[in-house]
Design a protein around this ligand. Structure first.
Ligand code: ADP
Length: 360
């Protein structure tokens, strides 16, 4: 499917200053119809402030917001929130307590439309709540209330939906189902979605595009696959998973380590670097008479460590080693059950192409 050339939502150099501090610093991004973009980053990095400025409930210090090629706010100009036709789902969803479930949903449907009850019923059946149409919010569980809030926000068919940690109040299994249902509805309506989360897993599951944020800035933007496989720095790796770090120095565009040499292209001799290795990429081999596997081009050299802890985590096992080369702790995850004894010596190798080398 070809995308419209004009983004549904376009944010240009959006900046917010509170008490002389830039909490949102020169943010630019575009979201197209039917696309889901996640603002991902730790708490306090400015994600919600961006949503509030787009919604129009907070004034920007500078920058512009455009919807379908029309300016919503820019220097000296700001459309009020109700004229922006932007849907909002925030963490602290609030249903009207004196209205039934269908009346809550019907509130979002244009008053002029007919059969509001049937329309509300149809929407509620998409999230398996049609049987609760005539109940009041206090008769519903927290998860059910949140689903009603989602449906209510979807009812007016907004062109853009801004969602701030909308699934965080739900338990894990319910969350997966509701997330999938909600996204299906939003995609089918060609809504452009900007969603805030601090959970990498959630962003990976949902987003077409992730904007990774830190201290008010976007540090990297791209498809989940690219962010995971081509992170820009150590902190970006660490945001998505645990990371083992080995310090080294560049010599002839290579960084030496107890696991062999790693490519360090473009870095000058003498540059201090960190080799970053994800726990799931480490291979474990048994010790054979004090020896490990022979070196290979793709896996480099094996380094020995002794098990200090091994735990089964459900889908995988986490084994921690104390490495012979510098006594540091090295974390390795293994699919399924692998629980070697504490003190057992094992050999670790890392595939060169799965590791990252960053200047320190
Ligand atoms: P996030 O959504 O990523 O957790 P926020 O956008 O809520 O982050 O906040 C970003 C920063 O702006 C935080 O340091 C927060 O304390 C600050 N902040 C948010 N709102 C205000 C405000 N009304 N006045 C002063 N500082 C604020």
């Amino acid at each position: 499917m070809t995308k419209t050339l004009i983004p549904r939502l376009e944010v240009k150099s959006l900046t917010k200053v509170y008490n002389n501090t830039k909490v949102v610093d020169d943010i630019s991004l575009s979201v197209f119809p039917g696309q889901i973009t996640c603002l991902l980053g730790p708490s306090g990095c400015g994600k919600s402030t961006i949503l509030r400025m787009i919604a129009g409930v907070e004034n920007q210090s500078s920058g512009e917001v455009w919807v379908d090629g029309q300016m919503m706010c820019g220097s000296g100009f700001s459309e009020p929130p109700e004229k922006r036709h932007i849907g909002l789902i925030f963490q602290d969803f609030a249903l009207f307590p004196h209205m039934t479930v269908w009346q809550n949903v019907g509130f979002g449907i244009a008053k002029t439309s007919e059969n509001i009850r049937e329309k509300a019923y149809d929407l509620l059946s998409k999230v398996s709540l049609s049987s609760k149409c005539d109940n009041y919010p206090h008769e519903l569980s927290g998860g059910e209330q949140q689903r009603v809030a989602l449906v209510r926000a979807l009812a007016p068919k907004p062109r853009i939906m801004l969602m701030d940690e909308p699934f965080s109040g739900l338990d894990k299994r319910l969350r997966d189902d509701i997330r999938d249902e909600t996204l299906e509805i939003l995609r089918s309506e060609e809504t452009a979605v900007l969603l805030v989360t601090h959970e990498p897993e959630e962003a990976m599951k949902m987003a077409d595009e992730i904007a990774l944020m830190r201290c008010g800035e976007i540090v990297q933007m791209g498809a989940p696959y690219n962010l995971y496989n081509a992170p820009v720095d150590r902190a970006s790796v660490a945001f998505f998973s645990d990371a083992n770090i080995i310090k080294s120095k560049v010599n002839g565009a290579l960084a030496n380590s107890p696991f062999g040499q790693f490519l360090a292209p473009g870095l000058a001799d003498g540059t201090r670097v960190e080799i970053v290795i994800r726990p799931q990429h480490v291979r474990i081999d048994f010790d054979r008479d004090g020896k490990g596997p022979l070196p290979t081009v793709s896996m480099g050299i094996a380094a020995r460590g002794c098990v200090v802890r091994a735990r089964f985590l459900g889908n995988e096992s986490l084994v921690e080693f104390r490495m012979d080369f510098d006594n540091s702790i090295f974390k390795v995850t293994v699919p399924s059950v692998f629980l070697p004894k504490v003190g057992q010596p094992l050999w670790l190798t890392v595939p060169r192409d799965r590791c990252f080398v960053f200047p320190e």
